[in-house]
Write a protein that binds this ligand. Structure first.
Ligand code: GLU
Length: 550
């Protein structure tokens, strides 16, 4: 994560704050320094280990569809889906933001500090500014056209009509003021009153620059949608893998379940003892099967009858395992039948299987541990890089386009519905061994989040890589598609050749994900790892470094 966010977390920890306080402080800084990936205009998922109580809780503060939302909202009059780019840069795609409520619930229930204390570092950085990085400038440039559509976005992120120069100081006084109001008034200030009004106005009447002809569709959000927003405190998805216990995020994130599905399938193979191409073949095919189920069955649990006990059953995994052949499947495979693994009679109505639609790859992930042993793995986002492109005028933050994560065409467990939360892939994950923390991790990257977390787990548990190697290793992502996405360079490796011999085909991309990980070493020390290279490199730190040579 951004070094300024790491510093804020460490500062809060040294002031006596716990991991939850530090996570919120770091997240608030990311809202300033990485405003295109996350912020108070979006939502997220926090997985928390409470050391004293020895239990894991999760906070779902995913964006929620407004009351006006309905299954045809993303369809043209002729029944065709509205083009994806138009869905993204629209008022229609904005879900009621969940971040401020998520932070407040986290602090009130599990933190030791209030908003005033944890927001202080972010307020200072928003006021005094931070140096524009290569990534910030590049992401601004990539969004320049649509940022110009909106008066508020143009004046904040394209001052003087220009992309801010790398190394120049970027300030966001409006966001500093917004954070100050939250520091004083808490979530009420955000969900009721002038900020709520400004959000509603932006969604319903996008602040278009004069002369813009692009088809920017307004949404229909009401003040009551904001006033009604709530975060859900949910139990984690729990699964086991070779004696490790894995705690993941539950629906509406598909992360925990999909990772568990793949791990359960892979548990039947001795990956560490196999030649690496064989092991990776199994990883890719298990991931393909897991995604087939994810795409067919998963949606917001408050709305969809998801066959969770079947999906998590080891007996089901055993059956799915038999579907993996010597060679890669030719393309998308059909979902399995988890209903047969219910102890209860299986439901008669079953959702129709359908493949994934396009998903964004923005987002940011952070991981924190404190001296009492509390752990936070937190992924939060505004969906696309730059969200829906609209800064809320006068308040300094971008709105999300999270509702594009719905499958636009009903019927589907993830079809648009009023008050529903769109399916996510975010996968903040905690792994325990013999009741003690072993690792905490997560990543951004849309649907590739799931494969990034899965592959990193295998790198550590099966391939015995060090924490650093596990994060740095080249990533492969198979999401029930004809080709596997790989990072540039891998396609020419000997391993790639060997996998091609087993029928695998590649789509090459620059990079996949941007993980952060905390590893718990047998000697009681911790290792905090961020990306060495991806997304310009991340940052990690500890309050008390281990003395040299020990
Ligand atoms: N909207 C995505 C999700 O919830 C996250 C976007 C991303 O990671 O880039 O899964």
């Amino acid at each position: 994560m951004n070094p300024l966010a790491t510093q804020a977390a460490l500062q809060i920890l040294s002031q006596g704050g716990n991991a939850v306080d530090a996570a919120v402080a770091a997240a608030a800084v990311l809202g300033v320094t990485d405003p295109y990936s996350a912020g108070i205009g979006g939502g997220g998922f926090m997985v928390i280990y409470l050391a004293k109580e020895r239990r894991v809780v999760t906070i779902d503060h995913r964006e929620t569809a407004p009351a006006s939302f309905h299954p045809r909202v993303f369809l043209e009059a002729n029944g065709q889906p509205i083009p994806f780019a138009e869905r993204v840069t629209s008022g229609l795609s904005v879900g009621v933001p969940g971040t401020v409520m998520g932070w407040e619930e986290a602090l009130k229930r599990y933190g030791t500090m209030g908003f005033a204390q944890v927001l202080a570092p972010a307020i200072r950085i928003a006021e005094q500014g931070f140096p524009v990085s290569e990534t910030f400038a590049q992401q601004t440039r990539a969004n320049q056209e649509r940022f110009n559509y909106f008066t508020s976005t143009r004046s904040l992120f394209l001052p003087g009509g220009q992309v801010p120069a790398v190394g120049s100081t970027f300030k966001n006084p409006d966001l500093a003021r917004t954070y100050r109001s939250i520091a004083i008034g808490g979530s009420r200030i955000f969900y009721r009153g002038p900020i709520a009004q400004a959000i509603v106005d932006t969604v319903n009447r996008p602040p278009l620059s004069p002369g813009v002809t692009a088809n920017v569709r307004p949404g229909r959000m009401a003040l009551s949608d904001l006033a009604d927003y709530y975060a859900r405190i949910l139990p984690p998805v729990v699964s086991s893998y070779r004696g490790y216990t894995v705690y993941g995020m539950g629906l509406p994130s598909s992360g925990g379940l999909t990772i568990a599905l793949a791990l359960n399938i892979l548990e039947g193979f001795n990956l560490g003892a196999l030649p690496r191409e064989q092991a990776l073949h199994l990883y890719l095919e298990a991931s393909r099967l897991a995604f087939a189920d994810r795409n067919a069955y998963m949606g917001d649990i408050g709305f969809a009858d998801v066959p969770i006990p079947g999906l998590l059953s080891k007996a089901y995994a055993e059956e799915q395992r038999k579907r993996i052949g010597q060679r890669a499947a030719e393309g998308a495979v059909a979902p399995g039948d988890p209903y047969r693994f219910f102890e209860e009679p299986s439901p008669v109505l079953r959702p129709r299987a359908r493949n994934a639609s396009w998903e964004g790859e923005s987002t940011t992930h952070l991981t924190v541990v404190d001296k009492e042993g509390n752990i936070v793995a937190y992924t939060f986002t505004i969906e696309s890089i730059g969200g829906n492109g609209m800064v809320v005028p006068g308040y300094g933050f971008l709105l999300n386009n999270e509702l594009t994560d719905f499958d636009p065409t009903a019927p589907h467990p993830n079809a648009p519905e009023a008050f529903k939360r769109p399916r996510s892939s975010m996968s903040p994950t905690l792994v325990f061994k013999d009741g003690r923390p072993f690792m905490a991790l997560g990543s951004p990257g849309g649907a590739t989040i799931i494969t990034t977390v899965l592959q990193t787990l295998l790198n550590v548990i099966d391939f015995q890589m060090s924490w650093e190697e596990a994060v740095a290793a080249p990533r492969l992502s198979q999401r029930n598609l004809a080709t596997t996405t790989v990072e540039r360079g891998f396609e020419t490796s000997a391993l790639a050749r060997a996998l091609e011999g087993l029928g695998h085909r590649w789509t090459v991309t620059g990079e996949i994900g941007a993980a952060t990980l905390i590893g718990f070493n047998p000697d009681g020390s911790l290792t905090a790892v961020a990306e060495p290279v991806r997304r310009g490199g991340g940052s990690a730190g500890v309050v008390q470094p281990k003395p040299e040579g020990r």
